[in-house]
Write a protein that binds this ligand. Sequence first.
Ligand code: ATR
Length: 289
Amino acid sequence: MTKISGHTQIVGVIGDPVQHSRSPQMHNAAILERKLDCVYVPFHVRSGELREAIEGFKALNVLGVNVTIPHKQAVMPILDDVSHEATLIGAANTLIFCDGRVSGDNTDAQGFLRGMTEEGIDIPVGGSAVVLGAGGAARAVVVALALSKLSLITIANRTRWKATQLERELASISDTEISVADLSSSQFNLAIRSADLLVNTTSVGMQASDQLLIDPNSLNSKTIVYEIVYTPPETPLLQVAREKGCRTIGGIGMLVHQGAIAFEKWIGIVPNVQTMRIALEQALYQKKM
Ligand code: ATR
């Protein structure tokens, strides 16, 4: 635990609820490892008090905060500056306070890409991807992939209109073609069969009883399968993909990297991502160290 002094700087996370967040363990481990006079604190901020909280952080010289449910989108109009990626994603997960101003950024897209590259897996530039889901996480993933110059992204979601809306909003951010397919349709199965990358951004897989959203027979061993769900560490989709011989990526890497990028933006020091990962795994999976 950081020894609090008159110089201790504050970073943290705002959310409602926020008690479940494992970010404090992850960030404080990195702060301790770098011997910084800083502490990462969870702040329970209700929706009606978001603006006051932001003003309070400015007044208290807080360095920065992460933003989680339900404030990621709601915080946008309150910000003085918004990064390009946060604008495209329509949500901020990282706020930086400086000289009485607050800037919003979104580190999910970069965190997603780093989660892939740290596994030694190249981003399939010029290739195709299938994204399952059309919520907030899907938006960050589609932005990341479209900015990485894939040729085609197919979005498939239980509720089709949300996928269509995502397609419409993100179609012009790059030359990447974005299309929509219904889950289980022949177009969907075809897209899976030829995909370089399959990403699950839905919550399906968190429960052992969850039915797979894809037909395992459509899965090609050359397809990289990236799961955003991180509890359990191996979801049924990852298990099927592993058995098929696919390269697989679990969701913990994205979680660690979005945090590491935020840490660097606040503190100006690159944290040890391995330390963050170990602390996060310990907190999430109750591992004895
Ligand atoms: P997040 O911000 O984590 O992306 P979200 O915005 O609530 O969370 O999005 C959750 C995604 O998981 C949505 O795409 C949702 O599909 P709907 O748009 O149809 O709700 C998807 N999802 C959740 N439960 C699902 C299920 N049982 N089967 C299929 N998709 C599911």
